[in-house]
Design a binder for this molecule. Structure first.
Ligand SMILES: Cc1cc2nc3c(=O)[nH]c(=O)nc-3n(C[C@H](O)[C@H](O)[C@H](O)COP(=O)(O)O)c2cc1C
Length: 178
């Protein structure tokens, strides 16, 4: 089974980005994939190169989750025209380790108006040599809808759009492993 790690850039309990990732996780079984929603971002210490060689267990756990994942899905809000601090912090931890190199990544944007952070996120991912999969990377306008994951999946308009992500990401994973 293809393993996908879903990473939300929001720590908010009612985060629409996290709900979007959970909606995709609900659609995983019928795509022959397993989607794990990462819960570690809020527990990572602030990145400091001085402690990189002797990092706390949670950093190793995060890197292990990435290493185990055949692909990654990221959804992050925009905060003041940037990606969120937690998202940037998590990515800073894997700049030197190379855990994202060549990793197929779907980048989702829950708010089409938040285009500055979305572009910034993709630029960071390109810089750390992640493999952004355009066919799996979507604008999914769910911000402000207050929808639960199951509602997103069953929505006549959003459902088919959301369900496009995993097959497209899986296709890229299979192609890159050949
Ligand atoms: C501190 C802060 C700054 C924000 N800055 C922006 C912004 O620059 N552009 C924007 O489109 N939305 C901005 N927003 C709105 C968030 O993108 C929005 O609240 C989004 O729902 C957060 O995602 P979440 O539901 O996953 O937590 C900001 C929100 C906060 C809390």
């Amino acid at each position: 089974v293809i393993q996908i790690l879903a990473i939300s850039g929001s720590l908010r309990s009612k985060s629409i980005n996290t709900k979007l990732l959970k909606a995709i996780a609900l659609s995983a079984p019928k795509c022959g994939t397993s989607v794990k929603v990462c819960q570690l971002l809020g527990h990572l210490p602030l990145f400091n190169p001085d402690i990189e060689g002797n990092a706390p267990t949670v950093v190793h756990d995060f890197k292990a989750q990435l290493a185990l994942a055949d692909g990654v899905i990221i959804a992050s809000p925009e905060y003041a025209h940037g990606i969120t601090g937690v998202m940037k912090n998590a990515l800073d931890w894997v700049v030197g380790s190379g855990d994202m190199v060549g990793k197929p990544v779907a980048v989702l944007n829950a708010a089409p108006r938040s285009s500055i952070a979305y572009e910034a996120l993709k630029e960071i991912l390109r810089t750390i040599d992640a493999h952004i999969v355009p066919e799996a990377s979507l604008d999914v306008p769910v911000l402000g809808t207050d929808m639960e994951p199951v509602d997103m999946l069953n929505d006549g308009c959003l459902g088919p759009c959301i369900q496009q992500t995993l097959p497209a990401l899986t296709k890229a994973i299979v192609a890159s492993s050949r």
